[in-house]
Design a binder for this molecule. Structure first.
Ligand SMILES: Cc1cc2nc3c(=O)[nH]c(=O)nc-3n(C[C@H](O)[C@H](O)[C@H](O)COP(=O)(O)OP(=O)(O)OC[C@H]3O[C@@H](n4cnc5c(N)ncnc54)[C@H](O)[C@@H]3O)c2cc1C
Length: 381
């Protein structure tokens, strides 16, 4: 199912952005959230997600019959940018909107779409992504979690790890082995929708140094998954996952995670800032502009049904390196030390950004793997 529609005019997009910004300013003033870096992972707030759902700002480009608003992909993109730049708490619905929705639109059954998409668009139903395992991260084809066929469905056994927000989600999309690897190791993999509250599912949140828990270890001990929760076809999991990864890697969250810090830094610098500060702002703006153009182009390609894996990998590699660089550049010229509890916004945002910085080039695929994807694509031309 492709979602390409007539593009909104600049005026329409501007009006939508203004509406989102006004809402965010009001919510912030009312104390509904404090802007934070990396808010698409660290800002988990179901009430906020439900409010976005009520406003039609989740799954906006999906068909109305599935709870969407039938709007162009550019509108979804503009809303996403505004939410990330504001450091708004969007983690609860993030993975479901970003990749489960598009996955179901492409490969789901009609019953799956009708059941899950309206609930996702309403900000009510959250999904986790169960791909990585203790011995299968970069090399996803070596996943060992297996699904054994039983009457009416599957019994699933195995262990997943680093699963973002599994402990706060309702369902997970599970990549598992439903058959032996054939000549190509990628054969025999399938995707199942797993009820994270089903018997046989144990979720153990993993605590970070900061005391927060964003991801979990998920142990599956004979958990039952009914037949109708198979996504796509049996054995087609690998190619489905590849197209899902393009959604996962190309979005603006891959270069806007530190935007609340960047905006605070620019505000504090003011128009008469030192030359070194002005130069840093110029470098930040120039890089952001380029990445944004790449990412928006890919969003259009995805909406048209393409799976631009190499371009998406490039956005993530360049974007996450930019995020790491932006933290160091601001730290160098802002003359502040990171301090999580500080009332000084640059100091507290710096602390958040520094804590997240090592993870950005790992989650969603490491830089080395992404460069391998790009190299393979270039070599095949
Ligand atoms: C914050 C965060 C959130 C995450 N959320 C999720 C989630 O929701 N769901 C999920 O499924 N996973 C999630 N992950 C897991 C993430 O996808 C993996 O950490 C990542 O794919 C790397 O796998 P690994 O940790 O097993 O490292 P490994 O694959 O063991 O890699 C270790 C190192 O070896 C390098 N390396 C490996 N293979 C090669 C190669 N062929 N060539 C060159 N270098 C190589 C890697 O680049 C890396 O530097 C998350 C990770 C983080 C940090």
């Amino acid at each position: 199912m492709t979602l390409a529609r007539a593009a909104p005019s600049t005026h329409e997009l501007g009006a939508l952005r203004a509406e989102v910004r006004a809402f965010l300013a009001e919510a912030r003033a009312a104390g509904a959230f404090i802007p934070r870096c990396d808010s698409w992972i660290s800002g988990h707030d179901p009430e906020f997600s439900r409010e976005l759902g009520r406003r039609g700002w989740i799954g906006r480009s999906w068909p109305a019959r599935y709870g969407g608003r039938d709007r162009d992909e550019l509108e979804r993109y503009a809303i996403t940018e505004e939410l990330l730049a504001a450091g708004a708490p969007v983690a609860a619905h993030w993975f479901a909107q970003r990749q489960t929705g598009p996955l179901l639109l492409r490969h789901g059954t009609e019953a799956q779409r009708r059941r899950f998409l309206p609930a996702i668009a309403g900000g009510d139903c959250y999904f986790a992504i169960l791909m990585s395992e203790p011995n299968a991260g970069s090399d996803l084809a070596s996943v060992r979690t297996s699904a054994e066929p039983v009457a009416g469905g599957w019994r699933v056994t195995g262990r997943k790890v680093w699963t973002s927000h599994a402990h706060k989600s309702h369902f997970g999309v599970l990549l598992c082995r439903t058959g032996p690897p054939g000549e190509r190791r990628h054969e025999g993999l399938s995707q199942l929708i797993l009820d994270l509250h089903a018997p046989g599912v144990t979720i153990r949140p993993i605590r970070l140094l900061s005391g927060e828990s964003h991801f979990s270890e998920v142990t599956l001990d004979g958990a039952f998954v009914p037949d109708d929760m198979l996504v796509g076809s049996i054995g087609n999991g690998w190619s489905q996952v590849l197209s899902e990864l393009a959604f996962e890697r190309s979005g603006p969250e891959r270069f806007l995670s530190t935007m609340p810090l960047i905006l605070e830094f620019i505000d504090a610098a003011g128009p008469d800032c030192a030359p070194e500060t002005a130069e840093t702002i110029g470098l930040l703006a120039a890089q952001l502009w380029t990445m944004r153009r790449m990412s928006m182009e890919i969003a259009r390609a995805l909406a048209a049904g393409d799976a631009p894996a190499a371009r998406a990998a490039l956005v993530k590699d360049i974007g996450t390196r930019f995020e790491q660089w932006s933290v160091e550049a601001i730290r160098r010229v802002a003359g502040r030390e990171p301090a999580p509890e500080s009332a000084d916004r640059i100091s507290s945002l710096l602390a958040q950004a520094i804590a997240a910085s090592p993870t950005v080039t790992l989650r969603g695929g490491t830089s080395e793997i992404l460069r391998g994807v790009v190299a393979r694509e270039l070599a095949s031309r």
